[in-house]
Design a protein. Structure first.
Length: 370
């Protein structure tokens, strides 16, 4: 195998691979990427057995076809330190060695035969539908921060995605919760689709977000039984799904929160962030003391001190309630408009949070004892 490739193109592809490959794998081959040079394309595959990433670099100068595997992290570290845009020459000098050469640098890396690389199956196409990359990215970003880190409840360790119908329109709806907060968002579909409800794993979500941030176009989605495939122009991501039953999140959405609090979004975010600075880990509760058109925010930490701030708001009741400041800031960071609305009930009741400019997303936050 022998080929020449542009440094920028290769670095970008190898960067995506780092998010797939496990840092400490018990199987050495899973630390490797598969390099397959054929025609005028270089195919690169990375997998951890649950997640498969396939990308193709086009217009590569293939001097001799072939395939092998080599350690992903080492190759990536070398490639990113070459001068940007340089041509890199690859030459497999033996069954267990591949040589990289650029300008005056030469590296000889160990290889494992391509025959030992796990067989990856990315060639299924049932229940296909298309979605715009930026819409899918927005959907994932609006939910991903609410994913649970509790491994004992694996069914909460991802985003629940399913098709919903509202007023004769079809939506792809996503929900995530860690039982302290919940995010729900949806995007309009052109037509009704065949799409069984799934729970997409956290690792897959963050890898997909990385890909979507650099891509503007259609994403073809296919799912069958226990796996799902996302196809972009030059990349494919195939993932196993979480086997479990997601809770009935509709039941958790507050129905009787009539006390509406409206605040300028930038003012709210900066005020909560400032007051929470007195808490070292920003996990202390921020207390809301609400009176007519006034909100006093306060944090009291036994180790570091206390802080408070009063801001003007739109509110027509009196209420004291406390929330995790980090949760509020996470939600505020995903709002698109210039206002934030909190619909409240009683001190011990969850809050319903909305963006007045986005009718497709809502958030629920449980109060804290404060």
């Amino acid at each position: 195998m022998k080929f020449n490739v542009n440094q920028n193109d290769l670095q970008k592809s190898l960067g995506y691979c780092q998010g797939v490959i496990e840092k400490r794998s018990t199987l050495p081959i899973l630390s490797n990427i598969l390099l397959d040079a054929k025609g005028s394309k270089l195919k690169i595959i990375a997998t951890d057995l649950d997640l498969i990433f396939v990308t193709e670099l086009k217009n590569v100068e293939i001097l001799q076809e072939g395939k092998t595997t080599t350690t992903s992290s080492i190759m990536y570290d070398i490639i990113r330190k070459f001068n940007s845009g340089n041509k890199i020459n690859f030459n497999q000098t033996g069954e267990n060695k591949i040589q990289l050469e650029s300008e005056k640098s030469i590296f000889n890396l160990n290889c494992i035969s391509a025959s030992e690389f796990p067989i990856t199956d990315e060639n299924f196409s049932s229940h296909e539908f298309l979605i715009k990359s930026k819409e899918l990215l927005k959907l994932l970003n609006k939910c991903k921060f609410s994913i649970s880190n509790d491994e004992t409840r694996h069914y909460l360790s991802g985003i629940y995605m399913h098709q919903t119908r509202l007023e004769d329109k079809s939506y792809l709806t996503a929900a995530a919760t860690d039982s302290h907060r919940m995010s729900i968002s949806k995007i309009l579909l052109k037509d009704e689709i065949k799409f069984d409800p799934i729970i997409l794993p956290k690792k897959t979500i963050f890898q997909l977000v990385n890909l979507l941030e650099d891509y503007d176009g259609d994403v073809k989605i296919s799912n069958e039984k226990s796996k799902i495939k996302f196809e972009m122009e030059n990349s494919i991501l195939v993932s196993k799904l979480i086997d479990g039953k997601f809770p009935n999140y509709i039941q958790v959405i507050p129905k009787n929160n009539k006390k509406r609090l409206e605040i300028d979004l930038k003012l709210f975010t900066s005020s909560v962030d400032r007051v929470a600075s007195v808490s070292l880990d920003k996990k202390d509760s921020v207390k809301f003391i609400l009176t007519k058109d006034k909100l006093n925010l306060s944090v009291n930490n036994a180790s570091s001190g206390d802080g408070n701030e009063t801001i003007n708001v739109s509110f027509d009741h009196e209420l004291n309630i406390s929330f995790n400041s980090r949760y509020l800031i996470d939600i505020a960071s995903q709002l698109d408009g210039d206002k934030i609305e909190l619909y409240l009930n009683e001190t011990g009741s969850p809050a319903l949070i909305k963006d007045p400019s986005d009718f497709d997303s809502i958030y629920v936050v449980m109060p804290m004892k404060g």
